[in-house]
Design a protein around this ligand. Structure first.
Ligand SMILES: *Cc1c(COP(=O)(O)O)cnc(C)c1O
Length: 493
């Protein structure tokens, strides 16, 4: 099976080429030319398997220039038991009202991005080999928090790779900063950049598009690559956990095999919920996809009105990983919905020049047939955290609470009581001040005092990988101006 660009269906590449390239040279994103199908019998068989086998089975259908046994060997390393303590890799916890929380935060960095970024180094290094590439790959990342740490953790000490992460100075939570500056590994580099996330992102993009620099790197045996969520290699591994959740619910007798479920996802860049869309369209019995936004509600506005408009105030919220106004993966959904390349290109051009576009009423109705949406502000999120803990004995993080709030409102509004998988994207211990505040508790000064306070208040254990940061030396103290970012990369070579 081949992959095509959203902006040019005649540009066809293999899965491994799509993973190496990251983004298509025409500016489009790669997607599979057709969607593989999982039959009901195959779905039943999948349920007998453990997480790595489930993941390898689903991935093999999408990444057809890899064998299932290759993918299984990667999945067994990526999702090894010791990396996802203390329970299953992706456990499902039922909370009442037919809600089932899919916990995606038990990996090394306590956020769902581990599912993709533990797998991507294996996929990328194998893809390089499959295409005869022998240069060392340098992964460049600009991050506002979770992606940088997950990418560092995935690529640390992976042979044939180096990774360099830039984050905005003062622009992350202190726990997120500590997670990055204490990163182990011989091939890693982390630097703060004076400015905001956009400055860091612009600096990284400038390096990617500097032809002379790329040529110089090539001559020295290096190749630049990216680990952000426009890369198909990051999206594909996320499809598997929706299958896994379905299997667990069926296995526990909470749904009948074949019964339809809803899926609710707290959304930023539209990657995670698009993976759920691919699960649905490849055969997983899903009725509705519920897209939950925080106060940066550009997506829920788009799904309700058909108008995408990023010309609006940007809000810093208690769910920072969803503070985003341009959701890059939406281009894939539009391409799948419009089935008209020229129209897609003109929408993307309008987004670039005017920051706004509108789809036809017909296209909007098509999207609304599959997607419900809603949004929740910080106040509603705080109330949701306290209420869910009091009523269900379950403590969600701020991002997960956005999803829970929107799901409860959707149920009230529509009366739809379909069993629903609720994606839980981060551990509450990553966002202690907001969680303690929501519970009406005092917020202590230091990061580790906050971890202990939240553990004391809730009786939940601190994730070991967060607790152990306390003993680790901070290896990367550097802060640079955006124009000095190249020097940081060069110092690694
Ligand atoms: C990245 C992230 C999201 C948003 O996911 P998308 O795939 O970008 O929609 C939500 N919650 C957390 C905790 C995240 O790290």
């Amino acid at each position: 099976m081949q992959y095509i660009s959203t902006r040019d269906a005649n540009r066809r590449v293999s899965a491994s080429q799509a993973i190496v390239a990251g983004i298509s040279p025409d500016g489009g994103l790669f997607l599979p030319e057709k969607i593989p199908q999982v039959t009901p019998e195959e779905l039943s068989a999948l349920c007998a398997a453990d997480y790595p086998h489930r993941a390898a089975n689903i991935l093999a259908r999408f990444l057809t220039d890899f064998t299932e046994s290759e993918l299984l060997s990667y999945a067994e390393k990526a999702y090894a038991r010791e990396k996802f303590p203390p329970r299953e890799v992706a456990p499902v916890v039922s909370i009442g009202d037919n809600g089932h929380v899919l916990e995606l935060f038990h990996g090394p960095t306590s956020a769902f991005k581990d599912f993709a970024l533990q797998m991507l180094p294996h996929l990328l290094t194998a893809s390089l080999r499959k295409n005869g590439e022998t240069r060392t790959v340098i992964i460049l990342v600009a991050t506002s928090g979770d992606t940088g740490k997950a990418a560092l953790e995935g690529f640390a000490d992976v042979p044939g790779t180096k990774i360099c992460v830039f984050y905005p100075h003062g622009g992350t939570s202190s726990m997120q900063r500590l997670q990055m500056t204490t990163q182990r590994g011989e091939n890693v580099m982390v630097s703060a950049v004076r400015g905001n996330f956009d400055d860091a992102q612009t600096g990284v993009k400038a390096l990617f598009t500097d032809e002379a620099y790329l040529a110089e790197l090539a001559a020295r045996g290096y190749l630049l690559s990216s680990a952000n969520s426009i890369n198909w290699g990051r999206l594909a591994p996320q499809i598997a956990y929706y299958y896994s959740a379905y299997c667990d619910l069926a296995g526990a007798g909470k749904i009948r095999m074949g019964e339809k479920i809803n899926v609710c996802v707290p959304t930023g860049n539209f990657g995670n919920i698009l993976a759920a869309w691919y699960a649905k369209h490849s055969g997983l019995p899903i009725a509705r996809l519920i897209c939950a936004s925080n106060r940066n509600n550009v997506l829920s506005d788009f799904l309700s009105t058909g108008v995408y408009d990023k010309n609006r105030a940007f809000h810093l919220t208690t769910s920072p990983s969803m503070d985003i106004l341009v959701s890059s993966n939406l281009e894939r959904l539009l391409s799948l919905t419009l089935e008209d390349e020229a129209q897609l290109k003109s929408l993307m051009a309008a987004l670039k020049t005017e920051g706004r576009y509108e789809i036809s009423a017909q296209a909007r109705r098509k999207l609304q047939a599959e997607f419900a949406c809603g949004w929740a502000d910080d106040e509603a999120v705080a109330a949701e955290i306290a209420e869910t803990l009091a009523r269900d004995g379950y403590l969600p993080d701020t991002h997960t609470a956005v999803g829970l709030r929107v799901w409860r409102e959707y149920r009230r509004r529509t009366g739809d009581e379909t069993p629903t998988v609720l994606a839980a994207t981060a551990s509450p211990f990553k966002f202690c001040p907001a969680i303690l505040g929501a519970l009406g508790k005092p917020v202590p000064e230091g990061d580790f005092e906050r971890l202990s306070a939240l553990s004391r208040e809730t009786g939940l254990p601190v994730p070991p990988r967060l607790a152990e940061l306390q003993g680790l030396p901070e290896r990367f103290a550097g802060v640079v101006d955006p124009r000095a970012m190249r020097g940081v990369v060069d110092a690694m070579l």
